[in-house]
Design a binder for this molecule. Structure first.
Ligand SMILES: C[S@@+](CC[C@H](N)C(=O)[O-])C[C@H]1O[C@@H](n2cnc3c(N)ncnc32)[C@H](O)[C@@H]1O
Length: 285
């Protein structure tokens, strides 16, 4: 049945239904018309042994393949919080082919509203490809650490790189010295290592010069700069390691199993510098 789930969600993906000449074959670095890609992706994001018997919340689940995936792998309940009404409707229609709605709750709701009003606890929270859409990431992160023990989250640094990879330089501000004050020594060491590396050095140098505005703490790409043309696609990035600092400060520990899986099984998509999903786990749980 898993193969049928993957096939049906891939067929119903609106991105695969646009006229051929307008079709995007790859998005966020992955082919979207191949059920096997989705299989690897969700194995990496929501590994079966992690979600078995657990309650799962996906923030920004798109058409909620994560929902059917989680139930197939014996999650006890799965919730999706999705802003886009059309995605919710496709998601409900498709998951209903396999599961009934006593096992899931796909809500047409904003994450902002969830954070204000939801006091449920979720064993596992997934937020992939979505946190950069939230202008206020602090509220979400503060809520999430109080309402879960395990959070799978897109690593902000590589996600930002991913979006910027194919884009020409678009920011106008001159370089400043903020780099020196914002970045910790550890970051600088890593950046310097990359700059000096035989494998990535030249690429990274070019990237820093032409693609990545390292001097900005928070980058609001506003409308249509990156990722689309509507208000909902406005994208707001934070500087490298923002999430790492947040979770470490809260005393949580870093888990690399998700990014390890993606790097191993989807090297075409997730090997440096493509995006990784990492996780943070509350210590002692
Ligand atoms: C780039 S897609 C990522 C989809 C999926 N999680 C994945 O990894 O492929 C971002 C999703 O988040 C939803 N979204 C964006 N902002 C949101 C918000 N404030 N509240 C709820 N959903 C939101 C979008 O409608 C979209 O479905």
């Amino acid at each position: 049945m898993l193969d049928t789930i993957l096939k049906r969600f891939t067929q119903e993906d609106p991105r695969n239904k646009v006229p051929k000449h307008k079709r995007i074959e790859h998005i966020m670095g992955k082919a979207i018309n191949d059920p096997l890609v989705n299989k690897h992706l969700y194995n990496g994001l929501l590994p079966p042994n992690l979600i078995k018997g657990k309650t799962v919340l996906d923030c920004g689940p798109y058409i909620f393949l994560s929902g059917a995936w989680s139930l197939y792998h014996s999650a006890s309940f799965v919730t999706g919080v999705e802003l886009n009404r059309a995605f919710v409707s496709i998601g409900k229609k498709t998951i209903d082919e396999f599961y009934n709605d006593t096992q899931y709750d796909l809500q047409h709701r904003t994450i902002e509203d969830l954070v204000q009003n939801d006091d449920n606890f979720y064993d596992v929270i997934l937020i992939a490809g979505t946190i950069q859409k939230l202008p206020n990431k602090h509220d979400f992160l503060h809520w999430a650490v109080e309402h879960s023990n395990y959070i799978i989250i897109e690593s902000n640094q590589t996600s930002m790189w991913h979006y910027l990879l194919e884009k020409p330089k678009w920011w106008t501000e001159p370089e400043t010295t903020v780099f020196d004050s914002v970045y910790k020594n550890f970051d600088k060491e890593i950046l310097n290592e990359l700059l000096n590396s035989e494998k990535y050095g030249a690429w990274f140098q070019d990237f820093i010069e032409n693609k990545l505005p390292l001097h900005q703490y928070s980058i609001n790409t506003a409308w249509s700069k990156i990722g689309g043309t509507s208000r909902n696609t406005a994208t707001n990035y934070v500087s490298p390691n923002f999430f790492e600092y947040f979770f470490t400060y809260k005393g949580w520990e870093y888990q690399s199993i998700h990014s390890d899986y993606l790097t191993k099984h989807m090297p075409d998509y997730y090997t440096f510098p493509r995006r990784y999903c990492v996780a943070y786990k509350k210590v002692g749980t």
